[in-house]
Design a protein around this ligand. Structure first.
Ligand code: GH3
Ligand code: MG
Length: 508
């Protein structure tokens, strides 16, 4: 039996020593490696000295080894506490502080044969030395358990604050710590007959295996906590937590920045009501749940999401407001929307937008408002392309588009209908008036020259004008204008013709 226990102590001690060395080598990778290797080195010392105490040939050396157990115990306690401090996100304790008790302990046990404050009485037992503990021993035990308890509480608190994926790590850490703690409690408080057997150091093997397994099975060795508070601080979205009365309970750094922009004179907001910090516009929005888009004082746009937090009984415990600066997103969205309705070359509206606008305008026209369009086609444009090249042709189209855009009213619309064809929509304008305007543009175009790298160019255009007839569709309108344009071309170009509702064009 004795031999088996010696083997157990020695085996456990050696394994703990190897584990301590392996963990020590990982010290640059994680701040937890050093305290962990200290725990394991302590357990190794505890175990090996226990083995030595058992194999010592006489009582004197056995007692010496028995006393030598305690520095190992002190290392385990110090390492455990250090580990829990780091694991719970605190600064590691100062080495000077953590060394006080072990040094005192060594001093006390070294001189114990003279004052007997650690052990009142010692004698040989069946499993080593049997001792009657004195006050020094109990102070040491109490110190160890207080440190272990504080460390455990820190870890439990850190576990509760940690993000979900990390809680498992803490759970396994605590499970690993339970075996030796339970073993030690039994030894200290229940093994009252004190036959000298203490299996605590052996139980550290369970700890080692559990911690080792938890590291290997993908649970990160970094037990330094990531809390929800840290996650929320890192968000670029502004997160604000309000109590049921609308007072600020918490804001993340992004929210502090946002609130400072909304209320430059503001200062700290915690404890203040929403109304004291932001204008009524914002206040009304927070009263409701859901999502709103709000424009800030200097043109920035925010997406606000308001979520009520409820207690288990359904009563309101507060509100979470998440605000995101979507100014850039909105700008891009507006740009994309604009791009979708514009012609890439000339920048005027495209055919699709022309159809949509004509459809909408046709409804208004049905209520008695006249609606005319001017369909414009560059004369002999093919010749421009042939003579100067396609790029110069493009330049001419851009030039004409600019000229038309600059000549129309705000409510008019210039669109590119096809290759070198444009349509101008003139709401509220009857055909004759539209033709007058179109003729003005025609003369302007004929009078201006287009400067190109290959020389100065002159172009003219022909146009067909049509007015939407009662019951007519946008397609009819386009067809009528196209027919008038065709006639204008046939009649010699550089002129404007108005389509008759009967579909016979009339010279303007
Ligand atoms: P007309 O006076 O009868 O209108 O004669 P035209 O030469 O202007 O008419 P036609 O329909 O024969 O030729 C139109 C030309 O416009 C043919 C085509 O290559 C050119 N075109 C169409 N789209 C573009 C464009 O985006 N850029 C350039 N540079 N040319 C274009
Ligand atoms: Mg043409």
């Amino acid at each position: 039996m004795r031999t088996a226990i010696v083997a157990l102590y020695a085996g456990a001690g050696l394994i703990a020593l190897v584990y301590a060395a392996l963990t020590y080598r990982r010290r640059s990778g994680t701040p937890l490696a050093l305290p962990l290797s200290l725990v394991m080195a302590g357990a190794a010392g505890w175990s090996l000295t226990s083995a030595c105490a058992l194999v010592a040939p006489t009582f004197g050396p056995a007692l010496g080894f028995h006393y030598a157990i305690f520095p190992g115990v002190a290392m385990v306690v110090a390492g455990f506490f250090w580990h829990t401090m780091v694991a719970s996100g605190h600064r590691p304790p100062r080495p000077a502080l953590i060394l006080i008790e072990p040094l005192l302990l060594v001093a006390v046990i070294a001189t114990d044969p003279w004052h007997h404050t650690f052990y009142r009485k010692v004698e040989a037992g069946s499993f080593g030395v049997v001792a009657q503990p004195g006050p020094g021993y109990w102070v040491h035990v109490l110190y160890g358990y207080v440190l272990m308890a504080v460390g455990t509480v820190l870890v439990i608190r850190a576990m509760r604050r940690a993000v979900r994926g990390q809680r498992r790590t803490y759970r396994w850490f605590l499970v690993g710590a339970i075996a030796p703690t339970a073993g030690n409690l039994v030894t200290v408080f229940l093994d009252v007959d004190m036959r000298g057997l203490d299996l605590t150091p052996v139980l550290f093997l369970v700890t080692g295996v559990v911690w080792w397994w938890s590291d290997r099975s993908g649970v990160t060795s970094e037990r330094v906590p990531v809390t929800y508070a840290q996650v929320i601080s890192a968000l670029s979205d502004a997160v604000m937590v309000l109590d049921p009365h609308g007072r600020f309970l918490d804001v993340n750094p992004a929210a502090t920045k946002l609130l400072a922009a909304v209320n430059p004179a503001g200062g700290a907001v915690i404890g203040k009501r929403w109304q004291e910090v932001a204008d009524p516009h914002f206040t009304a929005m927070v009263a409701d749940t859901g999502q709103t888009t709000i424009s800030g004082p200097s043109g920035e746009v925010y997406d606000f999401r308001v979520v009520k937090i409820e207690a288990a009984d359904g009563s309101s415990t507060g509100t979470v407001v998440v605000a995101r600066d979507i100014t850039e997103l909105e700008r891009l969205r507006a740009e994309l929307t604009e791009q979708a309705v514009r012609d890439g070359l000339t920048g005027v509206y495209n055919r699709r937008q022309l159809d949509a606008v004509l459809e909408a305008q046709a409804h208004a026209a049905a209520e008695g408002h006249p609606l005319s369009i001017v369909m414009i086609d560059v004369d002999h444009f093919k010749a421009v392309n042939d003579r100067y090249g396609h790029a110069i042709g493009d330049q001419v189209l851009v030039h004409l588009a600019r000229q038309l855009t600059g000549s129309v009213r705000e409510c008019d619309m210039v669109a590119r209908y096809g290759g070198e064809e444009f349509v101008v929509v003139l709401p509220g304008v009857p055909a004759q008036a539209a033709a007058e305007r179109a003729d003005l543009w025609r003369r302007q175009c004929a009078a201006t020259s287009v400067e190109t790298p290959l020389g100065t160019l002159h172009v003219t255009f022909s146009a067909g004008v049509a007015q939407l007839t009662a019951g007519g569709s946008p397609d009819d309108l386009l067809r009528l204008a196209d027919e008038a344009l065709y006639r204008a071309k046939r009649a010699g170009r550089n002129q404007i013709l108005v389509a008759e509702p009967t579909s016979t064009s009339q010279h303007w």
